[in-house]
Design a protein. Structure first.
Length: 396
C-alpha cells in the first residue's frame, strides 16, 4: 500500500521548503518530497532547482506593494529562522539601486523612492559624486543617481535558507522524501504521487511547488500557464586582497537607461569550491523553455556564451579595475505567471494545489510565499486578506 500523509508538498526548493516549515507548525502528517542537489549538473538527467547558489539579493523596497509586503514579512522572519535552525543565511550588506538621474520623463529612481515612501522606509539618495565617494568599487556613468537601502537589505544564501527551512520542518515532524515526483493525480478519494524511483505516496492534499518544472503536465490536472525563461549568470573570481581594497561591496541593481532592464550584482562571497566570486545576472533577451525536457537540457548546458559575453562587457564598464579573465557561467531559470504574482491556488481538483511562479523576485520573499502556500493547502484557500493581488493559478 502507498504511504499516506495528510499533506504532501512536491518540490523541496525555496517555496516548498518554506511551506513545509509553516505547515508542520500547524499539523502533523506533513511530507516534503524533492531530490537533493545533483553532484554533476552536466550529466544529471533529473530535475534541478534554481536555489543551487550562494547569493541572492534581498531588499524591502519594491515599486509593487504586493511584492514589497511579501519581502517585508519574509525579511522580518529571517532572524527567527536562523536562530531556531542554527543555520545562518542572511548578510545585511545593503542594497544599492542606481539609474539615470530623475528628469521629466519616466524614472526608475523616482519609482523606487515613491515605493520607499509608501513603505515608510527612508533610504539615502546619492548623486554621482556621492556614489563615487561611497562606492568607489563601481564606475557609474555621469548623470547617475542612487538609492541606498542600508538595513533590511543585502543578500541571502539560498542553499542555506532552504537547509534552515528543512531542518525546522523535520524537527517539527515533517517527513523528507528525497525523491522526484513523476506524476500527481486525484483518484477520487485522495491525491496520489508516483515518483521516478517507483514509489507511490498518497495524501489528503498535495501542493505542487516544483518551480519551472511545474509545467510538467503529469503534475497537475491541466498544464499550468507559466512562462519559463532560460537565464545565464556569470561569475568572476575575486582575490581576498582586492576585497580589502574595495571595502564594502553592496548588492546592486543597475539600470543604465530607462528602457532596458539592466543588471543585478551580488557582492563577492565564498562558494563551495573555496573561491570567492562576484556574481552578475541580466539577460539581454528572453529564451523561452516550452517543455519540461527543455528545462532539464538547459540546466545541463550551463548557460549561453552570448549572454556571458554581454555580462562581461557590462562588468568592464561597471568595474573596470576587476580582472575579468577568471570567469565562468551557470544556467538558471525564471518563471512568470500571467498575473505577475505567484500562483497560489487549488487546481481543478480540490485535493491538488499549486505554488509556483517566482516572477524573478521570489527568493527574498520565499518564506512568506511558502506560508501562503501552507495556508492554501491547510484550509483549501488563501485566507490572508492583507494582499490585493490575484494569486489564482491559470491553466492552459
Amino acid at each position: 500500500m502507498a504511504k499516506h500523509f495528510k499533506y504532501l508538498i512536491v518540490g523541496a526548493g525555496m517555496m516548498g521548503a518554506a511551506a513545509a516549515r509553516h505547515l508542520s507548525q500547524w499539523t502533523d502528517g506533513v511530507a516534503l518530497l524533492g531530490p537533493a542537489e545533483p553532484t554533476d549538473p552536466k550529466t544529471h538527467e533529473g530535475v534541478f532547482a534554481s536555489h543551487y547558489d550562494e547569493a541572492r539579493i534581498t531588499r524591502t523596497i519594491d515599486p509593487d506593494p504586493v511584492w514589497a509586503r511579501l519581502a517585508h514579512r519574509s525579511i522580518a522572519r529571517y532572524p527567527e529562522i536562523a536562530a531556531d535552525s542554527g543555520v545562518d543565511f542572511y548578510s545585511e550588506a545593503g542594497c544599492l539601486l542606481v539609474g539615470p538621474k530623475r528628469a521629466g520623463g519616466p524614472s526608475y529612481v523616482r519609482d523606487v523612492l515613491d515605493a520607499a515612501d509608501r513603505l515608510g522606509v527612508q533610504p539615502e539618495v546619492l548623486d554621482g559624486a556621492g556614489l563615487q565617494q561611497r562606492f568607489s568599487c563601481f564606475t557609474f556613468p555621469q548623470g547617475s543617481e542612487g538609492v541606498w537601502e542600508a538595513t533590511n537589505a543585502g543578500h541571502i544564501n539560498p542553499r542555506r535558507l532552504v537547509k534552515a527551512q528543512i531542518v525546522l520542518a523535520e524537527r517539527q515532524g515533517c517527513a523528507l522524501l528525497r525523491e522526484t515526483a513523476a506524476s500527481v493525480r486525484d483518484d477520487g478519494s485522495r491525491a496520489v504521487v508516483t515518483t521516478a524511483e517507483g514509489n507511490v505516496y498518497s495524501a489528503d492534499r498535495v501542493l505542487v511547488a516544483a518551480g519551472g518544472f511545474s509545467i510538467n503536465e503529469a503534475l497537475l490536472p491541466r498544464r499550468l500557464s507559466l512562462d519559463v525563461f532560460a537565464r545565464t549568470i556569470a561569475f568572476y573570481e575575486v582575490d581576498e586582497s582586492a576585497m580589502q581594497v574595495w571595502g564594502r561591496v553592496p548588492s546592486l541593481i543597475w539600470k543604465w537607461n530607462e528602457e532596458e532592464d539592466g543588471i543585478y550584482l551580488l557582492p563577492p562571497v565564498r562558494y563551495p569550491d573555496g573561491k570567492i566570486y562576484l556574481k552578475i545576472g541580466g539577460d539581454p533577451d528572453d529564451v523561452r523553455l516550452e517543455r519540461e525536457a527543455d528545462i532539464r537540457a538547459w540546466f545541463r548546458s550551463g548557460g549561453r556564451e552570448s549572454t556571458h559575453r554581454h555580462l562581461t562587457s557590462v562588468m568592464s564598464r561597471l568595474m573596470p579595475e576587476l580582472d575579468l579573465s577568471r570567469t565562468h557561467m551557470a544556467a538558471c531559470v525564471t518563471s512568470f505567471t500571467p498575473t505577475g504574482y505567484p500562483a497560489i491556488s487549488m487546481s481543478d481538483s480540490d485535493r491538488i494545489g499549486v505554488l509556483s511562479g517566482g516572477c524573478g523576485a521570489a527568493a527574498k520573499s520565499s518564506d512568506e510565499i511558502g506560508r501562503l502556500g501552507a495556508e492554501l493547502i491547510f484550509h483549501g484557500a488563501v485566507l490572508d486578506d492583507a494582499y490585493s493581488a490575484d494569486f489564482r493559478a491559470r491553466f492552459v
